[in-house]
Design a protein around this ligand. Sequence first.
Ligand code: ZN
Length: 333
Amino acid sequence: MADEGKILALGIDLGGTKILTAVANAEGKMLSRDHSITPATEGPPAVVRSILESVGRALDQANIVVADLTTIGIGAPGLSNPETGILFTSPNLPGWKDVRLRNIVEKELGKKAFLINDANAAAVGELYFGAGRGARNFIYITVSTGIGGGIIIDGKIYTGSIGTAGELGHMVIDDEGPQCNCGNRGCWETLASGTALAREARYRIKKGAATSIPEHVAGDLEKINAEAIHEAAQSGDKLANELIAQAAYYLGVGLANLINIFNPEVIIIGGGLSNSGDMLLKPAFEEAGRRAFKQSCEAVRFARAELGRNSGVLGAAAFALEKIREADRIPQR
Ligand SMILES: [Zn+2]
């Protein structure tokens, strides 16, 4: 049983492929953590059932009950409104349209909950417990199959007028560029993500480029991913190095835009592709430096995200705790 008066938040990180649930204290220490598969193709009711089962296991592991929790935070992919708790739509969750996810979780668990976009949650996680500690203004980006982000202004997540701000991956970099999942063309994530790298590699290989990339995926071109390209690049493959240099260039173009718009103290980079380290990030930072205003560039530093796969779940918990604190401070009218 939890200590009397101890602050505990439940974080739920709903993804298109996995559900992470954790009980954390106000310092970001996890008392439990449950990982399960999202039955995404089975639609919202099945996913909600899986979330509730995961919550049950996370509570059991932490040896507490719902009543011991201070609050619940839900991070979910796609466009959502933190004020109304409605998940408008999600490219990773087929069949989800205007789902009142917060209300459903509140009703099922009998506890106040909060909803936030998953990448925004990760930014809040880094703000409270990771590379953003102590910073008032920063941009968080996660570069993996897509590019997600979060904007921290004056120590708070900026969610915009209806909650959909921070879709950094859909900043248009090339108006005639590749088709994006969002329906637009040439979004940042179509040019500088793992998906972009893999698409470009397959295209070049089909056109006859000489490369060792297929050897890293047993010859199956459909299995080409950022990791395989990174491995090939490390062994000196010319095409792989070219592809990474191209992704780094576009990453830098987008970073320059963010630096000029937000003048952040820090840009925190997470996600699978950030593991490519200097090979990708160094040329990207250099490109950003060539494009953004000199003074803004001198003021910004780049940092690697510190929370890894836990950023979303811890951020969801931290966001909920922040909302509870806010509600305590603001007298009810
Ligand atoms: Zn897009």
